[in-house]
Design a protein around this ligand. Structure first.
Ligand code: CA
Length: 334
């Protein structure tokens, strides 16, 4: 497990053997408050930075205090897991086909709130909202969503093909898209998620460069129908990473990121296919990752069939191979 992070008081860190190496001695790019300058520098510089970090004999910390590793530009959240979309479709629209007609034709997504993306360990204050018509109060259905996120390094002002994914994307984080299901269920029609999601999104303190995930790349499951030409390709970017959800010390879900229907290169190609520019620090998350096996669901609403949600004091730890953890404890509404 290796990756870049940022110390709470500034300066880049390199994860090594569970601890952190202080990279500030390596120069200006490594003395910053965020990874953004490094991320903007492109694949050749990323390779040099990884080599330099690995051989750097800087000060070491075993339990470092870390901050949000990059300044988040825009935040997009997709809905790329076939099993998650089907599970939620069955719950929210029991009389209809679980998948909406567009789902297999493009990676469905929405723009989230960049300003409330926070580092692992940030406290999770139970949000208030309209939990049903005529009632404003603390959410009673607070949930987690286990997701991967990819972070843009090199900007683009034209569509990014699936083949060019690794020229623009710096690395991958683990994401917990905290979700208030009652607020979400009442507000989402017709424009999609809003306050049920925007109160907090937690990410791992470490960003794992794509280059360090090469050995985990596998072929994604077959798509039916085949995607249009601008979304074709990038199918060799499924990631074989074991995932888990731990609730108050007990592992309640075990899955794998390779089950996602849409891959990260397809998500980026879709997000830019209309000419929308991307910037350094853009975070794009996959959506909840649920697998076909029972017990591999990436949210509590799926795991417990809409019967169990988070109580005040509950602690959730999401874990992924290579990417580390995302931790958060629920606090009472303020
Ligand atoms: Ca989500």
């Amino acid at each position: 497990m290796s990756g870049f992070g940022v110390f709470a008081d500034g300066g880049l860190a390199w994860r090594e053997d569970g601890g952190a190496v202080d990279l500030r001695g390596l120069g200006d790019v490594f003395a910053q408050q965020t990874l953004n300058a490094l991320m903007a520098s492109g694949p050749a510089a990323w390779r040099e930075a990884i080599a330099a970090a690995r051989s750097h004999d800087g000060p070491r910390t075993t339990d470092p205090d870390l901050r949000l590793p990059f300044a988040v530009a825009d935040y997009v959240d997709f809905y790329a897991s076939l099993e998650h979309a089907s599970n939620l479709g069955r719950m929210f629209r029991p009389d209809q086909e679980p998948l909406l007609p567009n789902w297999r034709h493009l990676p469905v997504g929405y723009h989230g709130r960049a300003g409330t993306v926070a580092v692992s360990g940030t406290r999770v204050v139970r949000p208030r909202g309209q939990v049903r018509a005529g009632e404003f109060g603390p959410s009673q259905r607070l949930d987690v969503e286990l997701e991967l996120g990819f972070v843009v390094g090199v900007p683009a002002s034209e569509p990014v093909s699936t083949a060019d994914f690794a020229d623009h994307v710096f690395g991958v984080v683990l994401v917990n898209d905290w979700s208030a299901r009652d607020i979400q269920a009442f507000e989402y029609v017709p424009l999609g998620p809003f306050l049920g999601k925007s109160f907090l999104t937690s990410v791992s303190a470490w960003v794992t460069p794509l280059a360090l995930l090469e050995d985990r790349r596998v072929e994604a499951p077959e798509q039916d129908p085949p995607p249009l030409p601008h979304l074709a390709g990038g199918r060799d970017w499924a990631l074989d990473l074991d995932l888990s959800i731990e609730l108050n010390g007990e592992v309640v879900s075990r899955g794998n990121a390779r089950t996602l229907y849409w891959t990260m290169p397809q998500m980026l190609a879709h997000a830019t296919s209309n000419g929308a520019a991307i910037r350094t620090g853009d975070l794009m998350a996959t959506g909840t990752i649920s697998g076909p096996a029972e017990g591999s669901e990436g949210s509590l609403i799926e795991l417990y069939g809409n019967t169990r949600f988070l109580a005040d004091g509950d602690e959730v730890v999401l874990r992924a191979d290579r990417l580390g953890e995302v931790r958060g404890r629920v606090q009472a509404a303020e």
